[in-house]
Design a protein around this ligand. Sequence first.
Ligand SMILES: [Zn+2]
Length: 302
Amino acid sequence: MSINIGIDVGGTKIEIIALDSESGKELYRQRINTPDNYPEFLSSIIKMILTAEKELKTTATVGISIPGIVNRDKTFNETPSNLPFLNRNFAQDVERELQREIRMENDARCFALSEAIDGAAKDYNVAYCIIIGTGVGGSLVVNRQIIKGANNIAGEWGHIPLPFASQEQLSTQCGCGRKGCIETQVSGKYVLQKYNKLAQTPIHTVGDIRKLANKGDELASKIMNDFYNHLASALLDIIVVVDPDIIVVGGGCSRVEEIYEKVPEIIEKLWNRGKMNINIKKAMHGDSSGVRGAAWLWKENL
Ligand SMILES: [Zn+2]
């Protein structure tokens, strides 16, 4: 039996998983808090891998999911903001310690690969996968291969300007330094900010705004309708360029069920050229997509 190990590195937690390469069955899983300095971070990851392999009595392939853009040579140009201590040669350090090659990719791309290989998009050739959580990310997978592009930015959808935006929306400052990005209208963080700026009682999740909207609350309904409209216009751009067979939604906001009914209808109206085939589905592996996708970096069609 061959085994694929995946590691999902986040700002607060590091998770490791081991999957049976054939069946996708989960054989092992552990989680630790993310250390706050590089030597400890590196040694913890090595220890997690070696402990898993000892328990499973095998040597596995290793894939790592990490926030931020990963260059083709597995280095970084910009340190992810939630891992400020990260060394740009982290992947090479892991390879030196383990004495073998590893694979490493950005977390949104790992999520997409997971859904394309044995998740919501497994029966489709062209899958565009988005994460709507605190921020917004996206990745395109075609025939089980992550499309990286000539500049390694293919799918990076959260930080282009929102289509059909008002002047006010286009001047909204985004965390990336630019203004008017899709992320400033469609991410959980900004939707919450917009609601809490106008609301009497602050609220902590988009799910709670949705609940209020469904009870008829006027402000909550307006905020949620804006969210559906902006998500639709942002996805229409992707559909016009790529026309994916399926759009998979992950991240905290994927639990907003209206996305799957309302957003396709709005897209069809915006495009205004008759009936469209728009297939938007919730991610199958939920919060585990990142760590599963890291393991499946060794099953990608390269
Ligand atoms: Zn931005």
